[in-house]
Write a protein that binds this ligand. Structure first.
Ligand code: KIV
Ligand code: ZN
Length: 531
């Protein structure tokens, strides 16, 4: 067990952005992006990083291992966990991936609700108990830190749940995580569920095992449920940055952390180890790299979270910020110093700025980013943090997704004429491919042309463009979602993004990034099916 003699008021933050969060449709991250997020999570001060689901794919396995080898080897590092279903193959893969960390954890799960046992797993309650005992004890034979989750605990019979959890503790589990998998519980119910577990499962009150809360937001109650669970005795909260996750998402890290901090007295002095000044930076990084925008009115990290529009509010704020502000923007990292760089800024100033923004690039990545920064300086007088963020996001997006690269793009469009795009792509072998296509708009013409060249069976389903900064020379940041269909007719969503001072170039590159991801994934799936 990694957290011995924990202060009874301390709440551990288990971040699952890279596992449950990455399960958001279209949020696929490449290895470089996952590593960048993991480094930032360590800076933020999370206690445990769930780095992925090692058995899910070779890419997931590699990401978990690399995070374990790098972030898991820092001084005083976070615990690095991998998810595993309750079977030997999954558990072996999880262990093989996390073993490199100074503080590894295997997180294994098996459903306990009658609905899941009967319809999904087709096993009886006693078979479930037996499997939990065997697999937790197998995981424990490999790793001293084992977390067990009874999936769909929120809809499980509490007395059966106590029985399963008791077996898990006897088999060596050190953390018991209680997922409200489908976001069904209300705060009162979930709090009672946790209180019942604390009361009836031996080992918890004695401090031998930690109870964890894991909530989904289907009814908008994930944060409230998580806080209710902590009030009832849980001391680990499983959360994601910006609340991203399957369907309506998971509990948002920033909301739980700031609720405990701002209403400390109400929550009986519970506290976390999070450096709250890193919250906005982390939120922006995750939003950029996953292409999932943060709604403006999102608590803590939304663009409007600290904006006061009404005259009465503005008047009060000028007289004393305490009138309408319960938290200080600088305490969550809304930057007071947004320094701008320009064409006279050198490599050193640029590298320093990146560090302050939370990016830790290799020498090669830094060189590439600096070159692109210089090109941008020729187009824009001043380059802000937001411009740099867009530029980096674009650079990460193309890493490892180079089946095709955009070489040339021209579009002819205007009133009364059909838009025509001409595109030249370079494939992985360096061969050029050129074609032209029409469309019902210039972006559509570009997408049609890319489909013709790559052979992708793809359709643009979402398109967002926003100017990163104000002014005529602003960078356009394009985020798109593409639906692709495999040979069996199964549909998948892939996202792509790009930034450029030319909106059509940004659109073409964003579309190509999504197509590259999709083609890789579908080819891999095809290869696995054939094997
Ligand atoms: O929501 C859930 O049940 C999960 C488990 C696998 C922990 O994410
Ligand atoms: Zn979950």
């Amino acid at each position: 067990m990694h957290f011995k003699n924990l202060d009874p008021k301390r709440v551990l933050i288990f971040d699952t952005t890279l596992r449950d969060g990455e399960q958001s449709p279209g949020a696929t991250l490449n290895l470089a992006e996952k590593l960048e997020i993991a480094r930032q999570l360590a800076r933020l001060g999370v206690d445990i990083i769930e780095a992925g689901f090692a058995i899910a794919s070779p890419g997931d396995f590699e990401a978990v291992s690399k995070i374990a080898q790098e972030v898991g080897q820092l001084d005083n590092p976070p615990v690095i966990a991998s998810l595993a279903r309750a079977n030997k193959k999954d558990i072996d893969a999880a262990w093989a991936a996390v073993q490199w960390a100074k503080r590894p954890r295997i997180h294994t799960f098996l459903a306990t609700s009658d609905i899941h046992l009967q319809y999904k797993l087709r096993i009886s309650r006693s078979e479930c108990i037996e499997q939990v005992g065997e697999m937790v004890s197998y995981a424990r034979s490999l790793c001293e830190d084992v977390e067990f989750s009874p999936e769909d605990a929120g809809r499980s019979d509490p007395e059966f749940l106590w029985e399963v959890l008791k077996v898990a503790v006897e088999a060596g589990a050190t953390t018991l995580n209680i997922p409200d998998t489908v976001g069904y519980c209300t705060p009162q119910e979930y709090g009672q569920l946790i209180a019942g577990i604390v009361e009836h499962v031996p080992g918890i009150k004695e401090g031998k095992v930690i109870v964890s809360v894991h909530c989904h937001n289907d009814l908008g109650m994930a944060t409230a449920n998580t806080l209710a669970g902590l009030m009832a005795g849980a001391r680990q909260a499983e959360v994601t940055i910006n609340g991203i996750g399957e369907r309506a998402g998971n509990t948002s890290l920033e909301e739980v952390v700031m609720a405990l901090k701002t209403r400390s007295q109400f929550f009986g002095g519970l506290y976390t180890n999070i450096d709250t000044t890193q919250l906005v930076r982390t939120s922006k990084m995750v939003s950029s790299l996953t292409s999932i925008p943060v709604q403006p009115n999102k608590a803590i990290v939304g663009a409007n979270a600290f904006a006061h529009e009404a005259g009465i509010h503005q008047d009060g704020m000028l007289k004393n910020p305490l009138t309408y502000e319960i938290m200080r923007p600088e305490d969550v990292g809304w930057n007071s110093t947004n320094l701008v760089l320009g064409k006279h800024s050198g490599r050193h100033a640029f590298a320093e700025r990146l560090k302050q923004m939370g990016y830790d690039l290799t020498r090669e990545e830094l060189e590439k980013a600096f070159e692109r920064f210089k090109v941008l300086c020729d187009k824009k007088k001043v380059v802000s943090d937001a411009d740099i963020e867009a530029l980096l996001t674009d650079q990460f997006e193309t890493l490892g997704n180079d089946l095709f690269q955009l070489d040339e793009l021209q579009v002819a469009t205007g009133t009364g004429s059909t838009p025509v795009a001409s595109v030249r792509l370079i494939d992985a072998e360096g061969e050029p491919h050129q074609d032209a296509a029409v469309g019902n708009g210039p972006v559509n013409a570009v997408c049609n042309c890319i489909n013709r060249i790559t052979g992708a069976n793809a359709k643009l389903v979402e398109f967002h463009v926003h100017a990163v900064t104000e002014g005529i020379d602003a960078i356009a940041n394009v985020t798109i979602r593409v639906e692709m269909t495999d040979a069996e007719g199964k549909k998948y969503i892939f996202s792509g993004r790009s930034a450029d001072t030319d909106t059509l170039v940004a659109s073409g590159k964003a579309y190509l990034a999504a197509i590259n991801k999709g083609l890789r994934r579908l080819r891999r799936a095809q290869g696995q099916a054939a094997a």
